[in-house]
Design a protein around this ligand. Structure first.
Ligand code: PMP
Length: 429
C-alpha cells in the first residue's frame, strides 16, 4: 500500500486524542482529503475507487448538493423548533417514497438514533418492554440499538451480554446459517415460535429488512410476512432497519421491505438520506407517533435542521433526477454477472449475494464446508488498496466483500473493480 508521510503523521495526531474504538480503514490508511463521484483522492494525488461508501449515496462532492447546502447555510441553520419551510418539504418528500400509512416523520441525525427511537416508539405505543430481534445484526451504538446488536464482528461478547428484554431469533442466512437453501423456510417458523413465546411482552420485532450485515442476503421468501403477522397478532409492532439497504441501493426496490412484500409499522432511515451529512429519520403512522406524546419525550435540536432538511430533499431530487436507483439496478446487475463469472475460475468465491449496488462476495476455503476465508479476505482488501480500490470485509466471519459504492457508480468503474479483483485472485494475495 502507498501511504504518504503526511498520512502517518496525521494518524499519530488522530490517535493522540480520538478514542481508539473508532476504526479507520487499513493499518496505514492513505490521507484522503478530496472526493469526486465514486472516487477518493489522497494527498499524493492518487485516485482511488470508493467501493465501500454506502453513506455518500449520490457521490462525493455532488455540485448540486454542495450548492444547496451552501445556499441554506448562508440563509439560516438552526434548531428545529423554528418555523421554516425546509423541514415540511423534506417530510413530504420522504413520506412520498413510502406506503401511504407511513406518513409521520421524526427527524434525527444518525442511524443509531433512528434505530433507538424506533425501538422506544414501539415500546411507547404498545406499553410493553421486550423486543425480538434477529441475530448477527448491527443497529447502532446507543443504548437500545446496542442492546439489539448481536453481530460478533463488532463485539465478541454481543450475545452473552444482552439485557433481559432482548430476545433473539436465528440469523436468517440461507447461505451459511443453520438452515440453507430449500430449508431456509424454517427460519420463519422458528422466529414465529419465539415471538409467540415472548407473547404479550413483545413490543416489536426488529431486523434489517434485507440482511445487510451478512453481506446483502435477501431474507427467505415469505420470512417477513410470517414474522410481521406473528408480531402483530401478539400485539407488537414490525420495525424495519433500512439504514443500510434502503434508499434505492437495491436497484429493484427503493426500500428493502418491498423485496419481502410487506409494510412495516416503523422504519429507521439514515446513511444514504444525507449522502454523508448527518440525516436520519424514523417514519411511522400518525397513531404510533402520537403515542410518543405521552409515552416518551422526543426532541432533536439539529434533526431536521434547515441545512439537514435541504440536504435530505436535494439528495432525493438527485436520486430521482439522475435515476440513481435505475443505475444501481443496471450497473449492479452487470457487476453481479461479472463477479459470478469470477466464481467459475476461482474456487475461493463461495457466493455472490445481493441486489443492485449492495453486493456481497463471500470467500470460502471450501465450497462444501463453507469454511470462511477470513485472513484471505483481509489480504485481498489490502491488495485491492494497492490497485487503487477501497474495499472492506463484513459479516460475523469478516469473509464477505461488502460492495456498496456511491449509487452513481459508472459501468467503467464497476469493470475496473472486477478487473482489479480478478488480478488479485489470479496473482495471489
Ligand atoms: N443500522 C444499521 C443496519 C447500520 O448498518 C448502521 C451503521 N452501520 C446503523 C444502524 C447505525 O448508524 P449510524 O452509524 O449512522 O449511527
Amino acid at each position: 500500500t502507498t501511504t504518504s508521510s503526511i498520512g502517518s503523521d496525521l494518524l499519530q495526531r488522530r490517535e493522540r486524542h480520538v478514542a481508539g474504538v473508532q476504526e479507520h480503514y487499513y493499518a496505514e490508511p492513505p490521507q484522503v482529503e478530496r472526493g469526486w463521484r465514486e472516487h477518493l483522492i489522497d494527498t499524493d494525488g492518487r485516485v482511488y475507487l470508493d467501493m465501500v461508501n454506502n453513506v455518500t449515496s449520490v457521490g462525493h462532492a455532488h455540485p448540486r448538493l454542495v450548492e444547496a447546502a451552501h445556499r441554506q447555510m448562508r440563509l439560516l441553520n438552526t434548531n428545529s423548533r423554528f418555523n421554516y419551510e425546509a423541514v415540511a418539504t423534506f417530510a413530504e418528500r420522504i413520506t412520498a417514497t413510502l406506503p401511504d400509512e407511513l406518513d409521520t416523520v421524526f427527524f434525527v441525525n444518525s442511524g443509531s438514533e433512528a434505530a433507538d427511537l424506533a425501538i422506544r416508539l414501539a415500546m411507547a405505543a404498545t406499553g410493553r418492554t421486550d423486543i425480538v430481534a434477529m441475530r448477527e445484526a448491527y443497529h447502532g451504538w446507543t443504548y437500545a440499538g446496542d442492546a439489539v446488536s448481536t453481530s460478533v464482528a463488532d463485539n465478541p461478547n454481543a450475545l452473552a451480554t444482552r439485557p433481559s428484554w432482548v430476545h433473539t431469533v436465528e440469523a436468517a442466512n440461507s447461505y451459511r446459517g443453520l438452515y440453507r437453501g430449500d430449508d431456509a423456510w424454517r427460519y420463519a417458523d422458528e422466529a414465529v415460535a419465539k415471538i409467540r413465546e415472548v407473547g404479550h411482552r413483545a413490543a416489536g420485532f426488529m431486523a434489517e429488512s434485507y440482511f445487510g450485515n451478512a453481506g446483502g442476503i435477501a431474507l427467505p421468501d415469505g420470512y417477513l410476512k410470517a414474522v410481521y403477522q406473528a408480531v402483530r397478532e401478539a400485539g407488537g409492532l414490525a420495525i424495519a432497519d433500512e439504514v443500510q439497504v434502503g434508499y434505492g441501493r437495491l436497484g429493484h426496490w427503493f426500500w428493502g421491505f418491498e423485496q419481502q412484500d410487506v409494510v412495516p409499522d416503523i422504519v429507521a432511515v439514515a446513511k444514504s438520506a444525507g449522502s454523508g451529512h448527518p440525516v436520519g429519520a424514523v417514519v411511522t403512522t400518525r397513531a404510533i407517533a402520537d403515542c410518543y406524546r405521552t409515552g416518551g419525550y422526543f426532541f432533536s435540536s439539529t434533526g431536521g435542521s434547515p441545512v439537514s432538511s435541504v440536504i435530505g430533499t436535494t439528495v432525493l431530487d438527485i436520486i430521482q433526477s439522475e435515476q440513481l436507483q435505475r443505475n444501481a439496478l443496471d450497473v449492479g446487475g452487470e457487476m453481479d454477472r461479472q463477479l459470478r463469472e469470477l466464481g467459475d475460475t476461482y474456487p475461493i468465491v463461495g457466493a455472490v449475494h445481493g441486489h443492485g449496488l449492495y453486493l456481497g462476495l463471500e470467500f470460502v476455503r471450501d465450497r462444501e464446508t463453507l469454511e470462511p476465508a477470513t485472513e484471505e479476505t483481509a489480504a485481498i482488501c489490502d491488495r485491492l488498496l494497492g490497485l487503487g480500490v477501497f474495499m472492506q470485509p463484513t459479516g460475523d466471519h469478516q469473509n464477505v466483500l461488502k460492495i456498496k459504492p456511491p449509487l452513481c457508480l459508472s459501468e467503467q468503474s464497476a469493470t475496473y473493480f472486477v478487473d482489479a479483483l480478478e488480478r488479485v485472485l489470479r496473482t495471489g494475495w
